[in-house]
Design a protein. Structure first.
Length: 218
């Protein structure tokens, strides 16, 4: 009886299987994952290692009344994300050392549609319009880039990049795309921010997240 001898075919399979395992290990988890709202026909992607906070988590952290929260859920879809290894809702849209952001789709009430202006798009997530004279004269806002955005189906709005000075004196980089539809019935906004050095180090991946954001008109 022979010992320690493999059939020739089996011997040839060993390196093939080993190579396949190496390829599988190299593939690993996908680099990005998609986030979507089917009802709002919108989606985007973020790096797979970033943490996603859903709408319920956002509302639990809010001090709004139960009635306000119920209306928010009825009219709004919202998610947040944090690129930190120690994720926290406190990082969202702050001068964190890692990128963080927020996406919202809001349905406007009839009385809101009548008075809605493009300036309102720019201040959806801010307490001011960054292009207003008041914002410019404070010295706390520096608009670095702004451009009009028009997409198929009547979607239109703006994309802007700006420096915001925090209460601590640190510079926060803020990049935002905000859109509304032709009927001004819904508004869509995606904003990403982090500290000045963080933005420089992560500008490429931030750009990929922004570019991946799609809104499909009905």
């Amino acid at each position: 009886m022979s010992h320690g001898r493999q059939p020739r075919g089996a011997a040839r399979l060993v390196p093939v299987v080993a190579a396949a395992l190496v390829v599988l290990a190299a593939c690993g988890a996908p680099e990005y994952r998609y986030v979507k709202s089917t009802s709002d026909r919108t989606y985007f992607r973020i790096p797979s290692h970033w943490t996603l906070f859903d709408e319920d988590e956002l509302l639990r952290s809010s001090d709004q009344s139960a009635e306000a929260k119920n209306q928010f859920k009825r009219l709004t879809w919202s998610v947040a994300f944090d690129g930190s290894g120690e994720p926290s809702l406190e990082h969202i849209l702050s001068e964190s050392e890692h990128p963080s952001g927020l996406v919202q789709v809001r349905t406007l009430l009839p009385e809101q549609r009548d008075a809605f202006r493009l300036a309102d798009l720019r201040s959806l997530l801010l307490p001011f319009d960054p292009l207003s004279e008041e914002a410019q004269t404070t010295g706390d806002v520096e608009v670095l880039r702004i451009r009009d955005v028009r997409r198929p189906g009547g979607l239109h709005g703006s994309e802007l990049l700006m420096n915001l000075k925090s209460d601590s004196g640190k510079i926060l980089k803020w990049r935002q795309v905000a859109l509304t539809d032709a009927n001004v019935s819904k508004i869509h906004v995606l904003a990403i921010s982090c500290g000045d050095e963080c933005y420089t180090a992560n500008e490429d991946v931030i750009g990929k997240v922004i570019d991946s954001w799609k809104v499909k008109e009905r």
